[in-house]
Design a protein around this ligand. Structure first.
Ligand code: SF4
Ligand code: SF4
Length: 507
């Protein structure tokens, strides 16, 4: 009978001629993959424990290690893929739900890869971003419908007053909700500091605001999720904005669970729960069963923050996303966060992550169009999330109708993540998705901050190049400007839903 202990996703190749038996790999691997073989005195490995995080490969001083995907040919066929066979074997042994981390890795069509951008030629000249000012500044929150110039008192009314209560972003990129608990405090610090330095915002997730992160609170969007962890009037008043989390792209419709063994003293203080107790986020908010209920919570929060901070609502991108978004606008939210099917997570059942929700590209297009059709688009900002890989994905998302995006997985990759998808084990060798003090020390927050700022800077430069190429000098002018997009290899219904023309069609 097949046993999962014989199943290795990876094979470890060790060049014994290069190995100097320093045992670094033996010491560092949180999964105990490497060991000293007492019989031969050689260093050996147990392939079945390897999660493919590549930490040992990067660390090995002599380059003796190579981690490869296991090329072994299981008797798979077009229907019975290796992963399904292995999953059944594991479930037959354990009788449990198979967990995973990060975002959906199924090969669903990626619409960003089927959308092309425009470029100005002859009649509307392009702009050189190296010589002319380009504006990436974006404001998040409910905008006023119109400025009546006659009512303005130019001596006392400044543009700051008109725009007050909005989040001001130097780049249209924020850091996604990642709680202290799902990631280490060092990872939180790197992200929070980067947000502050780069003039953008970070999101606490549902884990509360740790005291050491108070200096970055004015750049924090704090979450209120179904578990209400860490929520107090002080938590709300310190923050720049508040986000009610209804759902997330990686696990729409289900709750979350941080096991008690991960609830350390620091996490218990931040979440306001007893140390060692399970932190369970119920699937629904038990006080929200309608748009009216949601409205009550939104206005309760607005009362608490004196109507001075934007209050948003985060939902997963699901089939009915457009009418739900319309309801959220009418409930009084200032921004809506939509998280697509490729959105990341610390832990989710693989069957939910890979089969529930819709791509963010589709969700942005249908929500933006619905709100425009109803004449309420100006009343809310759309923040898109769910697997942004490059600056071009972000530009396309904004052109489809988003005001700004959240990045999570790409931020973690900048911090060292190798997308091994084992975040739920708490044994992240890169010191990110772990609370183990031995492992968390591997992430230096100062270096992490620098890498994140570099990423935002690089993407900003690329976005300015793309904007200039289109002859547009402000990102605000690109929002929902779908004439700048053309589809390639898309069906008529796909083009219709995305609201774009096919390549080759003129204005
Ligand atoms: S880290 Fe590299 S050189 Fe050191 S024991 Fe492991 S494989 Fe050998
Ligand atoms: S955060 Fe760590 S555990 Fe999670 S995917 Fe990245 S490297 Fe793997």
């Amino acid at each position: 009978m097949a046993k999962s202990k014989n199943i290795s996703d990876f094979v470890i190749e060790r060049d014994q001629n290069r190995c100097i038996k320093c045992h670094a790999c033996v010491r560092v691997c949180a999964n105990d993959v490497h060991f000293k073989d007492d019989a031969t005195s050689e260093v050996a490995s147990d392939d079945s424990k390897c999660v493919g995080c590549h930490f040992c490969e990067d660390l090995c001083p002599t380059g003796a290690l190579v981690i490869r995907k296991n090329p072994s040919e299981t008797r798979e066929n077009a229907h019975w893929k290796k992963e399904y066979i292995y999953r059944i074997v594991r479930q037959a042994e354990t009788g449990g739900i198979v967990l995973t981390g990060m975002g959906c890795d199924r090969p669903y069509k990626n619409y960003f890869d089927h959308i092309l951008l425009n470029a100005a030629q002859v009649t509307n000249p392009s702009i050189d971003p190296l010589r002319e000012p380009m504006e990436l500044k974006t404001f998040i929150g409910r905008k006023i419908d119109a400025v009546n110039l006659d009512d303005l008192n130019w001596k006392t009314t400044s543009i700051d007053e008109i725009m007050s209560g909005l989040l001001e972003l130097e780049v249209p990129i924020m850091f996604s909700a990642m709680s202290f608990g799902s990631i280490s405090l060092n990872a939180c610090k790197a992200i929070a500091e980067a947000a502050k330095l780069c003039g953008t915002y970070w999101n606490t997730g549902e884990g509360g605001l740790h005291q050491s992160l108070y200096p970055y609170a004015d750049r924090a969007i704090v979450q209120i999720a179904s578990g209400r962890f860490g929520v107090s009037s002080e938590y709300l008043s310190r923050a720049a904005a508040v986000e009610i989390k209804i759902g997330q792209g990686a696990k729409p419709g289900i709750g979350g669970h941080l096991p008690g063994e991960k609830v350390s003293q620091e996490i218990s203080l931040t979440r306001m729960i007893p140390q060692g107790s399970d932190a369970i986020s119920p699937a629904p908010h038990h006080d929200i069963y309608s748009i009216e209920d949601l409205r009550q919570l939104i206005f309760a929060i607005k009362e608490t923050v004196d109507y001075k901070k934007p209050v948003g609502v985060k939902i997963a991108a699901v089939h009915n996303v457009a009418p739900i978004a319309s309801g959220i606008v009418r409930a009084g939210a200032d921004f809506i966060t939509i998280d697509g099917v490729r959105g990341g997570t610390g832990a989710a059942p693989v069957v939910i992550r890979d089969n529930v929700g819709i791509p963010i590209e589709i969700a942005i297009a249908v929500v933006d169009q619905r709100l425009r059709d109803e004449g309420i688009r100006n009343q809310i900002s759309i923040v898109a999330a769910g697997g942004f890989r490059t600056s071009s994905d972000i530009i396309k998302a904004i052109t489809l109708g988003a005001d700004a995006v959240y990045i999570g997985t790409s931020a973690l990759i900048a911090l060292g993540c190798h997308v091994c998808q084992k975040c739920y084990t708490g044994k992240c060798n890169w010191g990110i998705a772990t609370q183990d003090p031995y492992l968390t020390r591997r992430l230096n927050p100062e270096i992490g901050t620098k890498r994140l700022c570099n990423l935002l800077r690089a993407w900003s430069l690329e976005m300015k190049e793309m904007l200039g190429g289109m002859g547009i000098n402000a990102i605000e002018s690109l929002r929902g400007n779908r004439e700048q997009l053309r589809g390639i290899d898309l069906s008529e219904i796909e083009l219709k839903i995305l609201g774009i023309k096919h390549a080759g069609e003129s204005w």
